[in-house]
Structures are given as structure tokens and as C-alpha cells.
Design a protein. Structure first.
Length: 259
């Protein structure tokens, strides 16, 4: 009977994790460059119950039966499909049409610089002329940090990433793509960093100046998933209440001595 309590608990825990992911997706539905996260579920592998004898004897692994202990989170993965393109007409807003990522350098609290990648092209120019993202991280070109004269009258960015200020070529945006996105680790809402095994390839994305790529979250789908998750969570709650009622009767009514 107690096995059923544990199975229902794993169901509630699984649905809670799914709800966390869906809630984060909905919270970022308007975040530029955000990619929707998804969750898979899977059953626990069959395990053997172990009977451990008392301390006077050595431990023995004695199988007492196969147990199926409910459900668990399989994996949380990211959907990298293209989001919609929105026109902003801002000089330093850029969107990628196709596969690839902008490159930025992020310095952590310890002063260590990490090269990370993003689809969020909401960039700006500092007073010193450094091209940075919304968090102040330098955007990378083929020559490193991109510096543009703040007094330049016209700044244009071609579809292949060539930056021109007053008809003078400044640099080329460093656009990177990867053979397998499973080797990317997510940081925050829109940043990614490659892990061991990641291999780069030529990016096919075109750069659109004056545009941004919106989140690829489908709000209607997320709402439907949230309702489904809530109902599944409530169903597991009812299972636990039923077991609680049966255990209460077993302990306080069935086993009661009759006077």
C-alpha cells in the first residue's frame, strides 16, 4: 500500500517540475531571443527491493521482488526553432534569420571571461563606443570587441555581418553555429555556452538590422499544458488522500479491539 503513496508522490513531483518549466516559458513569452524549454517524463527503471539484515551479519543483496516506482523527469531540453521577426528600426537591434548565434564575452564574479552565444540581438552602444548587449557584455566581431565611433552619422550592418560607419568598414560580427545543440548549456534566459564535445560549423543565418527575433513560445499551447499539468497534479493528490483514508481506517478501525 505504501508503494502507492510513493508512486503518487513521484507523479506530483514530476508535474511540479513541468509546471515550473511552463511557467518560465510563459514569463519569457515577450523576451527577445528566448527559446522555449520542454520536459520529457519517463518511468523509473525496474529496481530490486533490498532486504538488509541486522548489523550482526554482513550485508546481503537479497531480491524480494521488482518494483516500478512511478515516474521521473526524463530531461529538460530547448526548442531552437526560429521565432518571429519584429521591426524596431533601432540601429543596433539585430535579428538572425536562420541558424546561428551572436557571440558575446561575459565576465563572471571571479573576473573570468566566458564566451557565450545568444539569439538576443538587442544591442546598444556605450559612451565609449563599445557595442554591448542589454547586460553590458561586449559583442564580439572577427577582430574581438566591436568599437564604433559614437559620433558616426550612419551605421549600417549588411546581411553577412559587415559593420560600416560613415562608409568605413569597422568589423564583421562573429556569428557561430553548432553541429549539435545538445552540447549547449543554457545560462539565464537567452545565453548558451558549449560543453565538451561541441563542434562549430559555418552559420547560415542572415543578419537583419533594425529587427529583433521574438520568443518562440506559443502562449496558447503553454496555457493548455498548464491546465493538463494542474489536473494531473490534482489526480495524484486524490490518490494520496485515498491512501491516507485507507491507512487511517486500517490503523484506527480495522485493528480496534472490540470490548
Amino acid at each position: 500500500m505504501l508503494r502507492g503513496l510513493y508512486t503518487a508522490w513521484t507523479g506530483m513531483r514530476n508535474e511540479q517540475k513541468r509546471l515550473d518549466v511552463v511557467s518560465n516559458n510563459m514569463a519569457n513569452a515577450s523576451t527577445v531571443g528566448f527559446k522555449d524549454d520542454r520536459v520529457t517524463s519517463q518511468a523509473f527503471d525496474e529496481v530490486l527491493g533490498i532486504k538488509i539484515r541486522d548489523g550482526s551479519q554482513a550485508y546481503h543483496n537479497e531480491a524480494i521482488g521488482n518494483l516500478c516506482l512511478g515516474v521521473k523527469i526524463g530531461e529538460v531540453y530547448t526548442d531552437y526553432t526560429q521565432g518571429s521577426i519584429r521591426e524596431t528600426r533601432n540601429t543596433y537591434d539585430m535579428a538572425l534569420s536562420g541558424s546561428g548565434f551572436f557571440t558575446v564575452n561575459v565576465t563572471d564574479r571571479n573576473g573570468v571571461t566566458h564566451t557565450r552565444y545568444t539569439r538576443n540581438g538587442q544591442f546598444m552602444l556605450t559612451k565609449e563606443g563599445l557595442l554591448v548587449d542589454a547586460d553590458g557584455n561586449p559583442v564580439q566581431g572577427e577582430g574581438g570587441n566591436i568599437t564604433i565611433d559614437p559620433s558616426a552619422r550612419t551605421v549600417s550592418i549588411s546581411r553577412d555581418g559587415v559593420i560600416t560607419a560613415d562608409r568605413e568598414v569597422i568589423d564583421t560580427l562573429k556569428i557561430v553555429d553548432f553541429e549539435d545543440y545538445d552540447y549547449l548549456q543554457k545560462y539565464g534566459d537567452t545565453m548558451y555556452e558549449p560543453v565538451n564535445g561541441a563542434r562549430t560549423k559555418d552559420a547560415t543565418a542572415e543578419i537583419l538590422q533594425g529587427y529583433t527575433e521574438q520568443s518562440n513560445v506559443n502562449v496558447i499551447k503553454e496555457m493548455v499544458d498548464m491546465i493538463t499539468i494542474t489536473r494531473a497534479y490534482e489526480a495524484n493528490q486524490k490518490v494520496i488522500r485515498s491512501y491516507d483514508t485507507m491507512l487511517d481506517r486500517a490503523a484506527n478501525q480495522v485493528g480496534r479491539l472490540q470490548g
